[in-house]
Design a protein around this ligand. Structure first.
Ligand SMILES: C[S@@+](CC[C@H](N)C(=O)[O-])C[C@H]1O[C@@H](n2cnc3c(N)ncnc32)[C@H](O)[C@@H]1O
Length: 229
């Protein structure tokens, strides 16, 4: 099957000049944006589900879209408890068959969900950010996860963190932000999914002939990255 998915078009020639300042700010200043009630409720339900499986290692699929990756990861890790989070009700409610017993799909804003997970002391063993929205215009750096004030919370949760993207520069910037925050040097690698696609976006980009990239890092629990209020 052929697919036609447009390549990323950006007005950046390299890593964003403002990245270092944004990461420094996120690390230095406490972030006070109130948490939305609906995500608080969604998190409380997820925490109850998690509590009932507290003997299983936790995996997060952040921005899981229609939840296909969450299902596939559940098959690969049947002894883990998997939570897929996405803010799009229409994506989450698409029918892709019954959910395995070790999967929960949650409609929530990750920006709040991650903070609540951090506050609740969650320690995911594995954490996936698969094909996050790239926001390729330079003016949108603040919307990329590494340019966002939530970055310290993502890293502080710890565990094996894996990002995949069809935009190499996104992952290179994430790697720079990671180094700034934790001192860790992590290379961006080419990713060839073969025919074993983990997500619909992975499939779409691969069948369009686009190169894919990934970044994997094993992090300790890093509570000190989150600035105290
Ligand atoms: C490009 S899609 C990738 C979906 C899926 N991971 C895949 O590869 O097929 C990015 C997903 O992230 C979700 N997303 C973006 N920002 C979000 C946020 N703040 N909270 C929750 N989900 C978010 C979008 O709704 C969308 O489903």
């Amino acid at each position: 099957m052929q697919a036609t998915s447009r390549r990323i078009v950006t007005n950046q020639a390299g890593p964003h000049q403002g990245l270092e300042a944004r990461v420094a700010r996120a690390l230095q200043y406490p972030w006070r944006k109130p948490i939305a009630d609906h995500t608080r409720e969604a998190f409380a339900a997820a925490a109850r589900w998690r509590e009932a499986r507290c003997d299983m290692p936790l995996m997060l699929d952040a921005g899981c879209g229609v939840g296909i990756s969450t299902r596939r990861l559940a098959e690969a890790f049947p002894d883990h408890a998997l939570i897929g989070v996405d803010r799009s009700d229409s994506r989450l409610s698409r029918e892709h068959g019954p959910l395995p017993g070790n999967v929960l799909l949650v409609r929530a804003d990750l920006v709040d969900f991650w903070r609540l997970a951090f506050q609740a002391g969650w320690r995911p063993a594995r954490h996936y950010l698969l094909y996050p929205n790239p926001y390729p215009k330079a003016s949108l750096l603040k919307l990329r996860w590494h340019g966002h004030p939530v970055l310290p919370f993502i890293l502080a949760l710890g565990g094996r963190l894996e990002l995949r993207s069809n935009w190499r520069l996104y992952l290179e910037e994430f790697s720079l932000a990671l180094r700034q925050a934790t001192g860790r040097e992590v290379a961006v690698e080419a990713h060839d999914p073969g025919a074993a696609y983990l997500t619909p976006f992975e499939k779409k980009y691969h069948l369009s002939g686009q190169p894919l990239w990934r970044l994997v890092v094993k992090l300790p629990h890093y509570p000190e990255l989150v600035a105290k209020a």
